[in-house]
Design a protein around this ligand. Structure first.
Ligand code: GTP
Ligand code: MG
Length: 147
């Protein structure tokens, strides 16, 4: 089954939105298969955001993502990568559709609460950057057949 990497950023942790954000993905019917409350190092931040290296906002992004603890997760489900991005909403809260996490809870692109992998390749890469294979839990839920 498809997996994605989602992370409540430091602003979401500080604003006590971990529960609200996790709830959106639980309600959708996705399965949580890995989770970790952690502080990101500078080196991990640079690897995670490697695609943005050289851009004008890169330094701010690295500073921000290492500024406090994050809640890193792996979720599983059919089309979970694309559907999670829909639940999150557009990068810029000004463009995010109402009902999405970024529209409902944030108002500023640099404080947009959540990260989600944007493709199969980045999901693979990011999951392995943050989790060992032993930290991804395989289990069955009776409700799976109804989702
Ligand atoms: P992530 O899930 O965090 O990766 O967001 P995204 O995939 O929706 O956006 P993208 O990967 O393009 O950018 C990563 C993060 O950098 C965004 O979430 C923003 O916080 C920030 N960012 C992106 N573009 C800009 C920009 O033009 N200016 C500033 N200040 N920040 C930006
Ligand atoms: Mg991105």
């Amino acid at each position: 089954m498809e997996k994605t990497f989602l992370m409540v950023k430091p602003d979401g942790v500080q604003r006590q939105l971990i529960g609200a954000i996790v709830h959106r993905f639980e309600e959708k019917g996705f399965k949580l298969v890995g989770a970790k409350f952690m502080q990101i190092s500078r080196s991990l931040a640079e690897q995670h955001y490697a695609e943005h290296q050289g851009k004008p906002f890169f330094e701010d992004l690295v500073q921000f993502i290492t500024s406090g603890p994050v809640f890193a997760m792996v979720w599983e489900g059919r089309d979970v990568i694309r559907l999670s991005r829909k639940i999150m909403g557009a990068t810029n809260p000004l463009e995010a559709a109402p009902g999405t996490i970024r529209s409902d809870y944030s108002s500023f692109m640099s404080r947009n609460l959540i990260h989600g992998s944007d493709s199969l390749e980045s999901a693979e890469r990011e999951i392995h950057l943050f989790f060992n294979s032993s930290e991804i839990i395989k289990y069955e839920k009776a409700v799976d057949q109804w989702i």
